[in-house]
Design a protein around this ligand. Structure first.
Ligand code: PLP
Length: 364
């Protein structure tokens, strides 16, 4: 079976096998990782190794802190404004789809206005705004965007610059939930990066935040203390009990990326191959289509519709019977979506393409 779920998503088979081998007795310690105290030397070693491996994979500069926290990417929609609006100003947003809009709605819910610096809404979110179209407000405290819109299948092909009209650069904040670790990244361009784990990092229940150190002093005083980046950083993400098992599994994924894949440049090449093959199959067919501008087509989440939506049901039923799981599009948009995260092997894409061609020949 191949799992194309958008999240929680497939994990590398090698990681699952490793976790199974260590499930009951972690490396001779006589207990499962799930049963360890997060303060024990064994667990602290697991946690620290995971951070080291993530730092190595993404070449995270020393002036950034890495936090392993909880509450999903959704709680970061609140944590970011709490942490960055303490000196005043307003959050500015790039609106490119459902997730960016949710982040913006949460900032507004908490702190009133949150201006849109650029939007792709008028064009149905088929292409991201260009740099020249991004206009921050004079009082912008930071610019937030969503690198890859998981539902729309729309991905930035560049890292935006966050410069106010007065020429001052403000921190760039990025929700990277569905594209982190898909390839190399210049972390130094960002103030804050956050990502829910359940796509390219590991199982659900964990959120990774990468924050530039000088931003730890901008928090609002009225913030719930557990949301505080400084609080989390000073306690090595162990203010309270962390998501210990998810953190451990994330560590196994980082080791898999390093040792089995050979790092993020290698992962990047694999991901490009996978996505190019599927888009070529969609573009070359009469039955399937994808509306996104080529330069902004997501490599991770590939939505497509069938020319006749009466075929949706048989398509999904036959796909499932053929072992191709979770191809149903998000409930808000319908159609299909194939998520090709890191753990989805090239063989899965080949199997999907073969199935789609066969289905089109029989039913198209
Ligand atoms: N942001 C993006 C881009 C997502 O894809 C998702 C979830 O799918 C979220 C945020 C919300 O994440 P969570 O469910 O971890 O709160």
């Amino acid at each position: 079976h191949y799992n194309f779920c958008a999240g929680p998503a497939a994990l590398p088979e090698a990681v699952l096998a490793r976790a199974r081998d260590e499930l009951l007795d972690y490396r001779g310690h006589g207990l499962s990782v799930m049963e360890m105290s997060h303060r024990s030397p064994e667990y602290v070693a697991i946690a620290e190794q995971a951070e080291r491996d993530l730092r190595e994979l993404l070449a995270i500069p020393d002036n950034y802190r890495v936090l392993f926290t909880q509450g999903g990417a959704t709680l970061q929609f609140a944590a970011v404004p709490y942490n960055l609006l303490g000196l005043g100003g307003r959050a500015n947003f790039l609106h490119t789809g459902i997730w960016g809009k949710k982040a913006m709605a949460e900032a507004r819910h908490l702190f009133g206005d949150a201006p849109v610096a650029a939007s792709s809404e008028a064009g149905g979110h088929a292409a991201v705004p260009r740099q020249a179209d991004i206009a921050l407000t004079e009082d912008a405290a930071y610019l937030h965007y969503t690198a890859n819109e998981t539902i729309g299948g729309l991905e930035f092909d560049y890292i935006p610059e966050a410069v106010r009209p007065d020429g001052r650069e403000v921190p760039l904040v990025c929700d990277m939930s569905s594209s982190i670790l898909a390839g190399p990244l210049d972390v130094s361009r960002f103030g804050v990066i956050y990502a829910g784990a359940q796509k390219n990092i590991g199982p659900a229940g964990l959120v990774v935040v990468i924050v530039r150190e000088d931003l730890l002093d901008r928090a609002r005083a009225d913030m719930p203390s557990l949301l505080g980046y400084r609080t989390l950083a000073e306690a090595a993400s162990m203010v309270n009990t962390p998501a210990t098992y998810s953190w451990y599994l994330a560590g196994l994924v980082f080791q898999w990326l390093k040792a089995d894949i050979g790092g993020l440049a290698a992962m990047d090449a694999i991901n490009s191959r996978k996505a190019e093959r599927l888009y070529a199959a969609i573009d070359g067919s009469e039955l399937y289509s994808n509306p996104i501008a080529r330069r902004n087509r997501s490599r991770m989440n590939i939505p497509f519709v069938l020319a006749d939506d009466r075929l949706d049901k048989p398509f999904l039923e036959e796909a499932t019977a053929a072992g191709l799981l979770n191809l149903k599009g998000h409930r808000s948009v319908g159609g299909m979506r194939a998520s090709l995260y890191n753990a989805v092997p090239e063989a899965a894409v080949e199997a999907l393409i073969d199935f789609m061609a066969d289905f089109e020949q029989r039913r198209g």
